[in-house]
Design a protein around this ligand. Structure first.
Ligand code: NAP
Length: 272
């Protein structure tokens, strides 16, 4: 990775956290470039990480071995049309983190030979514990796949899927997933308060329990189902709570929620 120039189009939140992760992993700041219409946004990253600011998107693309497209989906087509000439000249690996823009759009607007990795990161990437699904088009070499893993892996876990439709499943699972856990946290805090705890105590206990459960599940060599069974004593309190969840259709509700998100992700992709 240290031999590659990595340029970012868009110097917003995601670019900032990816650059932060890359610098932390030892990526040389001289190898990092940013472009953004806002001089203030560019300067923020120059001041924070010492990266190179580019006057415009072309200047960034012409430096790049890896070109990370970190703009909002609404402006992506305009950005791609404008970048066509520079990308054809330099032929960098394109990494798009924009939700809902299919691989075909990049081939159409940048050229059929362009190597493109489409990613679906999630919001915890902003604090270095993201979960990202990635899909490569057939032009991406093995070395470029490794580069993409290193760039997205700088802010968490980055895994490949092998069919583009699976990006919708990734969107439904980890893309939207943080909100599901936030909802569970909200509900647990409210229930804790209803049982007599003050708000701050209920909140701290809930958040620490979520962190503890995720940490245990990550560090364990058994699946979450086994961990759940291990903390459920027959006739105990956990058993009562879990029975209430099961009787209320918890699993089918989660299944229906993710199915709805997957469907909506497909619908939104058709609109872009
Ligand atoms: N944030 C997340 O947690 C998250 C999670 C998953 C996926 N994503 C995806 O990541 C992408 C970036 O998200 P973000 O949260 O980092 O957005 P953001 O903070 O709004 O950053 C986008 C940046 O791109 C700039 N920009 C606009 N037009 C441009 C152009 N023509 N050329 C170069 N830069 C341009 C914007 O400037 P202005 O502000 O002046 O318009 C802004 O600074 C989005 O496509 C989003 O779907 C984000």
């Amino acid at each position: 990775m240290n031999n590659s120039n990595i340029a970012f189009i868009g110097a917003g939140n995601m670019a900032s956290s990816l650059i932060g992760g890359l610098v932390q992993q030892g990526c040389q700041k001289e190898k990092l470039f940013v472009s953004d219409p806002s001089a203030e946004q560019r300067q923020r990253l120059v001041d924070k990480y010492g990266v190179n600011a580019c006057e415009d998107n072309h200047q960034a693309a012409l430096q790049a071995d890896v070109l990370v497209l970190a703009v909002k989906p609404q402006v992506m087509k305009e950005v791609l049309k404008d970048l066509n000439r520079s990308v054809k000249q330099k032929q960098p690996l394109i990494i798009s983190i924009a939700a809902g823009i299919p691989l075909a759009t990049f081939s159409t607007l940048l050229g059929e030979k362009t190597a493109v990795v489409r990613c679906m990161p999630n919001t915890p990437s902003l604090v270095g514990v993201g979960a990202t699904g990635m899909m490569a088009n057939p032009n991406v070499s093995e070395a470029q796949k490794t580069l993409a893993e290193q760039v997205l892996g700088a802010v968490g876990v980055a895994l490949w899927v092998n069919k583009e439709a699976q990006i919708d499943a990734v969107t439904a699972l980890s893309g939207s997933g943080p909100a599901y856990f936030f909802l569970l946290m909200e509900s647990m805090i409210a229930a804790g308060e209803a049982l007599g705890l003050d708000t701050e105590t209920a909140k701290q206990l809930t958040l620490q329990t979520a962190l503890g459960a995720a940490t245990m599940a990550q560090q364990s060599d058994v699946p979450p189902s086994t961990l759940r069974q291990r903390v459920t004593s027959p006739g105990g309190t956990t058993e009562q709570a879990l029975k209430t969840f099961e009787d209320g259709g918890f699993r089918s509700l989660v299944d229906a929620a993710l199915t709805a998100a997957d469907k909506r992700s497909k619908e939104l992709a058709e609109l872009t």
